[in-house]
Ligand binder design. Sequence first.
Ligand SMILES: C[S@@+](CC[C@H](N)C(=O)[O-])C[C@H]1O[C@@H](n2cnc3c(N)ncnc32)[C@H](O)[C@@H]1O
Length: 314
Amino acid sequence: MPLSDTCEQSYLYVINYSKEERALCHLEMKSLFDQEPTKKYLYSHRNIDPSRSPFFKLRISVLSTASSFEELVHIVSEKKITCDNFKFARFKIEDGKLDYATWLYSVTELGKVIQAEVDMKNPTIQFGITIVDDVWIFGIYEKNESPWVQHNLKPFTNSNSLETRAARAIVNIAVGQQVQASLVDPCCGIGTVVLEALSLAIHVTGYELSWIIANQAKQNVSYFGYDPCIVHETMHRITEQYDVAILDLPYGLFSHVTHTQQKAIIASSRRITKKLVIITCVDMDEDITSAGFTIVDRCTVTKRAFVRYVRVCR
Ligand SMILES: C[S@@+](CC[C@H](N)C(=O)[O-])C[C@H]1O[C@@H](n2cnc3c(N)ncnc32)[C@H](O)[C@@H]1O
């Protein structure tokens, strides 16, 4: 049901994910909203940019709700909505009951009580309507612009890099509502996580041991016009304290890394951060807790036969 508190703006976020991404999406929604979706949509009073999560499809800023279409038309007409011009966007929602013919009739009738011209090509605002749990919802429609897609065109990529979508979700899991938090990626590789954090205006620093890879990360960051934030240095030498760290643990695909070295990296992470999101290729819960972390949340991400273990630690 839409949120009943009429004083505060409420939003309907429509989400989507593949079967493999479901757990990651749920962990991200929990971090952003303090609630897990039970369907592929959720309501919240929280104003979160519709392009922030790779799992958002769109957002409706709810303007009116009603138990029937006639009531909705009445409420919208009472609001005397004015704008330069507008159009209605059509979208699908899980369990949605608005077939195309009903939608077309509804937007035609609603359009008559909005005091502006329709402009299908260059509307200054888009509206959306839907029916959820027998409630009619009308509001401002904003689609996810998927800004992370352009990051797939970065000059340097690595086959062991995180997928851009996963990296963005992990940044959101790490910082949640605290977008002012200081973030470090102590083993940043070519900077997949760093780029997502930068595009979300999060203050981030990446450290990378390999000179070649650090150089590639620097070029990836500058390619998109961001200020330099990559340091060629072993993470063991980090002296700053960060609010959050995202550690994609080296697992020795391209360079040898021993279990002892992995444990040392987890131990050094304990020294530099209050909160850690760690990504590993095998279950390393025991090593994580032995380093002094408490695992507070978890999920796995699968890509074909490849499993990644994501752990949120304090
Ligand atoms: C799993 S990769 C990170 C991949 C990265 N998340 C991405 O998507 O591109 C781990 C990286 O850690 C680096 N590394 C290993 N030991 C390190 C250390 N002691 N300090 C900093 N970086 C280290 C490796 O060179 C490797 O590039």
